[in-house]
Design a protein around this ligand. Sequence first.
Ligand code: ATP
Length: 243
Amino acid sequence: METMIEVKNLCKAYTQIKAIENINISLCRGDVFGLLGANGAGKSTTIECILGTKKQDSGTVSILGMNPQKERKKLFEQVGVQFQEANYQDKIMVSELCEITASLYNTCLNYNILLKQFGLSDKLKSFVSDLSGGQKQRLFIVLALIPNPKVVFLDELTTGLDTKARREVWRSLLELKAKGITIFLTSHFMDEVEALCNKIMILNKGKNIFCGTVQEAITASPCENFEDAYLWYIDEEDENESI
Ligand SMILES: Nc1ncnc2c1ncn2[C@@H]1O[C@H](COP(=O)(O)OP(=O)(O)OP(=O)(O)O)[C@@H](O)[C@H]1O
């Protein structure tokens, strides 16, 4: 199986705390990986170190066989990233933002098709600033997909989306998975993780406390469903710490 993302012994500390410690992740073509953990567990730090926008203290990262800090330009032709808060000028239309994004890449998908897929066709001539929170979130996923990436990073995938929009995003992502795209996502919703991810990692205070499939997580816990199992892992860890 072709390895798309390989992270070895990734560590990063800030002045006050060790944000992540010895994180190892290996993802193949078509994997949908969910990085889970409470607020402050270290998910964003992990993603930023993997993308090379933060420098790790130690450990190595390879995406599509490239070093994200050294081969940025070449690598990011093939990697899509969903930004939580994009920096765009105030009065820009959806079509203009898509056009500008497309102009950054050598090869692109037709953004009109992507907008349709994510239910935004009728917003083509709207200002981005006039979109609802959920519409913006979907637009950011579209922007991440414009370069026709082999790997996409989606941070807090469906935060702020209504039930129907979430289901539509899931459906679109499963289509991407079927095409062999590797998806790295973070989410606070266990139903979403269950529906999409074939591999998960639970972080607690920067440490990997579980890595495997959703089913393995349930089986290795005393719980019957994934959300209970997730909470059990985190509580278990916190209790061990306080002993
Ligand atoms: N620039 C920074 N300087 C100092 N500490 C930081 C910095 N960024 C993050 N931290 C700390 O590192 C820890 C991990 O933060 P991180 O943002 O990676 O967590 P997260 O899992 O993404 O959280 P959330 O779900 O709230 O987005 C937290 O304790 C946070 O306070």
